[in-house]
Design a protein around this ligand. Structure first.
Ligand SMILES: Cc1cc2nc3c(=O)[nH]c(=O)nc-3n(C[C@H](O)[C@H](O)[C@H](O)COP(=O)(O)O)c2cc1C
Length: 356
């Protein structure tokens, strides 16, 4: 069958469809439902502690015996001054006062946590581990691979993909600029390397030997088949899964995506310190006005995250992050089974239509 590719083979799955590891918005029910459908569910563990990841994996394993993945953030170096933190906290004070929040301190972000997260992946024999924001070190890569874990990297340019390939990665997600949330962009600023999926996928497929997985703006079977024709061995979707009933996205986030159009998103680094695509709103507009004061990732993220989480809980779309790709009009209010069934039917329709 046309959909049997290196991705289905290496991941031990039926369809080369990956639910992206959306940190903060995956649930064991979502991951298991995706994997039960023969696709690959992913635990978005980027912000988890090793203890949380351990629990999450146990819960997923209770719900499914099918393969699934864990997604982690490669730690980055950063630098900041306390005065800059104080200035940003002064600016954010009216939000905190309105939401009855204390002033947070920047987190520790020690590399040891990342290493322990990898230990948990290995201990539980999770078959696939994907990474974003950089390249896992040679030690981490070989620890995972020698324990039978397939390692997936994420890239926004051909040069990033080649660096991942040289480091020995098994497969690469090509993240086009349509993609929602944060993209990998580890060699240049993600505000600048905005290459769309249609241009990125064939250029990456031509220039690396490992399988390429297309991501960014893929919402239905047409997008899947188009990616396949462009040379991708699989697809990774996030916005499409965010509005599924099993997703952990807050109702305000799901509703905002379901009611938005393709021109409603912007790429901004003011909420977290790292470029991400989401629906434009009041807090983005406000912080864009003091852009020069924004701290680097992950410190800016530490300073705004309580505000965004509380606002989301309160149903205030104006003050939270509403990460979303550009394919918003194609989003569906449905469950995972129906979404994946539709993806397969729609893609097959195109295969038959074009006699592929
Ligand atoms: C809410 C949200 C959270 C995301 N979180 C992660 C993450 O934790 N790790 C990751 O590698 N990618 C993350 N992404 C990016 C996806 O991997 C993927 O590149 C992108 O969503 C694909 O585009 P689409 O949103 O148009 O499907 C996130 C995207 C969204 C919308």
């Amino acid at each position: 069958m046309w959909y049997q590719t290196a991705v289905t083979e290496k991941c031990g799955i039926q369809y080369p469809i990956i639910q992206a590891g959306m940190a903060g918005s995956t649930t064991p029910a979502l991951v298991a439902a995706v994997s039960e459908m023969g696709a690959l569910g992913t635990i978005g563990a980027g912000y988890m502690t090793p203890e949380q990841l351990d629990k999450e994996i146990q819960e997923v394993k209770r719900l499914t015996s099918q393969p699934f993945a864990v997604n982690l953030f490669v730690p980055e170096s950063y630098d900041y001054r306390d005065e800059a933190v104080n200035a940003m906290n002064r600016h954010l004070k009216p939000y905190r006062d309105a939401l009855s929040l204390d002033t947070p301190k920047p987190g520790a972000h020690d590399k040891a946590t990342f290493v322990r997260l990898i230990d948990v992946v290995i201990e539980h024999q999770v078959p696939v581990c994907s990474f974003t924001f950089g390249i896992p070190s040679a030690t981490e890569m070989s620890r995972l691979q020698s324990n039978g874990v397939t390692v997936i990297g994420s890239a926004t340019t051909v040069a990033e993909a080649q660096a991942l390939e040289q480091a020995g990665i098994d497969m690469i997600v090509a993240q086009g600029s349509e993609a929602g949330g944060h993209r990998a962009a580890f060699q240049q600023n993600g505000l600048e390397s905005l290459v769309g999926t249609m241009a990125l996928v064939p250029q990456m497929a031509d220039n690396v030997d490992v399988p390429v997985i297309a991501a960014g703006g893929i919402m239905d079977g047409r997008g899947w088949l188009a990616s396949h024709v462009l040379g991708a061995a699989g697809i990774q979707l996030d916005t499409a899964f965010l509005t599924s009933q099993e997703s952990g996205a807050k109702p305000v986030h799901r509703e905002a995506i379901l009611n938005s159009v393709e021109t409603d998103t912007v790429v901004t680094d003011v909420l977290s310190g790292k470029a991400a695509r989401g629906l434009q709103n009041t807090i983005i507009d406000d912080l864009e006005g003091i852009k020069h004061q924004v701290l680097p990732y992950p410190i800016q993220n530490d300073l705004t995250k309580q505000i965004r989480a509380t606002a989301a809980k309160n149903g205030q779309a104006a003050w939270t992050h509403v990460w979303s790709g550009q394919g918003t009009r194609l989003s569906r209010d449905t469950d995972v089974k129906n979404l994946i069934d539709k993806l397969i039917t729609e893609a097959q329709l195109q295969v038959d239509r074009f006699n592929l």
